[in-house]
Write a protein that binds this ligand. Structure first.
Ligand SMILES: *Cc1c(COP(=O)(O)O)cnc(C)c1O
Length: 404
């Protein structure tokens, strides 16, 4: 009993050194250590205060559009054979869950007296959310982006520029996310007095995974109240897609202690597990250091970080956040994956049954349900964390269905 209580505490919070089991930690340049300590202390100081909570709540509600609805997807449920609810993070301003975290960290940065935010982005979704949060809170924003990603994500680059963010192209290495991450960490060592590094998911050195999880936990808190109101009981399972794990951890947050609620995490399988573009880091990766933390990471035969290229840009982060790794290792959470072709089929089903175009990331979770109907029983209540809308993916989706 005592032992399992301790396990749950570890699953929710890292230990003092920032570890969830063996994952996490602070593998950074020593110049950054005092900066991370300062961040941790300030988070613990401001976050619990009613002043911070009120401001954060007001921004989430009146600017972001929270609470997001919990929608009983009756038509889709018939396809699955159990009762499926969608937690509608696609309705948050910006079109995904990412704004929850961006607003929280921007507010924290402001409380800490910082005037500038830096971050890195690959798909551009997190860069866009950071640009929004920076504007609304009056902070300068600079975004590091690999040159290849800038070319691939032109529409998000336009959005960020329109919001006044400075885009800094990263030419080093392969010109992709992992190179942008190194540049952003390097930049931070030289400007941390004025600048906050706004981490985009439950990844990075401690205390970032803890902070991002706290800001995303709003999803799980709302979800718990909503399902109790609609069904009078907890769900049997919660299913979320992910890479770093922020939308999944957010949705799971209020249920981690309750073993009756099954948790599913779905990653990007790519063309197949043998394909070069697979992002299934739990199937193919190994423990390694990325972004200042020990995580399950996709690596090549020489131990170099391997980038993936699934069709869902947001699932191409090569690592799994420390908490998600720990939930998997301890058996609390089940991991699955979906392949590109199955994901397009899932988009089609969601469009046809509910008239909703899901983000390709979200469609991985949908695809998993469609392909594993036998895991979800007739009398069960399942919540799918509907992390984002598919407008950003429209071109890729229509090209797949109709050609150019
Ligand atoms: C970024 C993104 C994800 C993946 O990020 P996590 O931090 O793993 O949640 C999933 N869905 C959508 C719509 C995204 O934009």
């Amino acid at each position: 009993m005592v032992k399992s209580k301790r396990l749950y505490e570890q699953q929710r919070l890292p230990d003092k050194r920032g570890y969830f089991g063996k994952y996490g930690g602070q593998f950074v340049n020593e110049i950054l250590m005092p900066v991370l300590i300062e961040l941790d202390e300030n988070f613990d100081r401001y976050y619990p205060t009613s002043e911070f909570q009120e401001e954060f709540h007001r921004l989430q509600r009146d600017y972001g559009g929270r609470p997001t609805p919990l929608y009983y997807a009756k038509n889709f449920s018939k396809f699955i054979g159990s009762k499926v609810y969608l937690k509608r993070e696609d309705l948050l301003c910006g079109g995904s869950h990412k704004l929850n975290n961006a607003l929280g960290q921007a507010l924290l940065a402001k409380k800490m007296g910082k005037s500038r935010l830096i971050t890195e982005t690959s798909a551009g979704q997190h860069g866009f959310a950071t640009a929004m949060a920076g504007r609304v809170l009056g902070l300068e924003v600079e975004i590091f982006m690999g040159i290849k990603d800038i070319a691939r994500q032109a529409s998000n680059v336009k959005r960020m520029k329109l919001l006044g963010a400075k885009i800094t192209p990263v030419k080093t290495g392969a010109g992709v996310l992992k190179d942008a991450v190194s540049d952003t960490l390097r930049e931070w060592t030289s400007c941390s007095r004025t600048t906050h590094y706004l981490m985009g998911s439950t990844v990075g050195p401690h205390p970032f995974p803890k902070i991002v999880a706290a800001f995303q936990s709003v999803i799980g808190k709302e979800l718990k109240n909503q399902i109790l109101e609609k069904e009078g009981r907890l769900p049997d399972a919660i299913i979320a897609c992910g890479s770093g794990g922020s939308n999944a951890i957010g949705a799971f947050s209020s249920f981690i202690d309750d073993n009756r609620v099954r948790l599913y995490f779905i990653e990007g399988g790519g063309g197949s597990l043998d394909a070069d573009n697979s992002a299934a880091a739990f199937q193919l990766g190994k423990p390694g250091i990325l972004h200042g933390a020990l995580m399950q990471v996709l690596q090549d035969e020489y131990g170099q970080i391997k980038s993936s290229k699934t069709r869902a840009a947001g699932l191409n982060y090569p690592g799994r956040g420390p908490q998600i790794c720990y939930l998997y290792d301890t058996g609390r959470m089940k991991v699955g994956y979906a392949f590109d072709e199955e994901v397009f089929e899932a988009v089609k089903v969601m469009c046809q049954t509910e008239g909703l175009i899901p983000a390709l990331e979200t469609a991985h979770a949908i695809a998993y349900m469609l392909n594993h109907k036998e895991e979800f029983y007739g009398d069960e209540v399942i919540v799918l964390n509907y992390s984002g809308r598919g407008d950003k993916d429209l071109e890729v989706i229509t090209r797949r269905f109709y050609g150019d």
